[in-house]
Design a protein around this ligand. Sequence first.
Ligand code: UDP
Ligand code: MG
Length: 308
Amino acid sequence: MEKKISIIIPVYNEASNIQPMLDALERFVPVNYRVELIYVDDGSTDNTLEMVRHIFFRNQQVHYISFSRNFGHQNALKAGMDKATGDCVITLDGDLQHPPELIPVMLSKWEEGYDVVYTRRREDKRLPFSKRYTSKRFYGIMQYMSGLNIEPGIADYRLIDRQVVDILVQFREPDPFLRGIIKWMGFKQYAIDYNAHERLSGVTKYSTKKMLKFALQGITSFSVRPLYLSIILGSISTILSLIYIPYVIWHACMGYAVPGWASTIITIMFFGGLQMLLLGIIGIYIGKIFIQTKRRPEYIIRTTNMEK
Ligand code: UDP
Ligand code: MG
């Protein structure tokens, strides 16, 4: 019996990339598997859904799931996995930045017995130094804060075995951070390195704001370590003020009093800022509890041609 693979492609305003992506898949997906191709339209405002509705993969209509609005990349991947029926699931971006030529390699590693085959993008030497530096720092902080070894360049281009998918779909977290969750789950994992292509057409859907939000989500959904930051910073400021207070008293005793307005203001501003920062961190966690207690669905489907 031929094995079946599910390929999940989240698309958000990618109309011009649908056909090229399909051609690439026709070329690189091995023919000795049954293939279930699932496009997840994440509330596109262009004609992405129309395009998806009318394409065929190896003479079969492709599957689609269309959201009622934009729910984000991670939720789109989750929706695809919820519906997938293959013996393994492969997720990749719809802009050809995840080279489909790796699919046969991933499949052979899976056949060897690995449960998760993930990919790591090699450092792009064409990017400016500042960009590469900040990206490295980001992963460093991320690793420390989340306590997980999330390697630089790791992306949502991976193969997951059915056994792992079955567990994953039971996770119900708003804004799942799949990179972290899958790493956290363990199993036998294998990494493949690749060089990134330029996006085929269109623009990136990840603005700096979205990236920052993603980073914060990633960190705060994985650990409470940032909360310890308040204890550390709080202790430092207490010690500093303990040193400062005797100085102030001495200052007053010597009759130098009135000047000192500046230092007062500086202290108020500094600690005011610190408190805001820490309240912000605590606020994010409380926000998460709030969202989670409502138990809303992670996404809403408007139309689909899939059952289950
Ligand atoms: N995407 C999505 N929903 C979003 C943002 C992006 O489904 O809200 C899709 C997008 O169509 C693409 C993939 O996720 O297939 C990765 O997005 P993008 O290429 O914009 O990110 P980048 O490669 O720049 O990190
Ligand atoms: Mg991209």
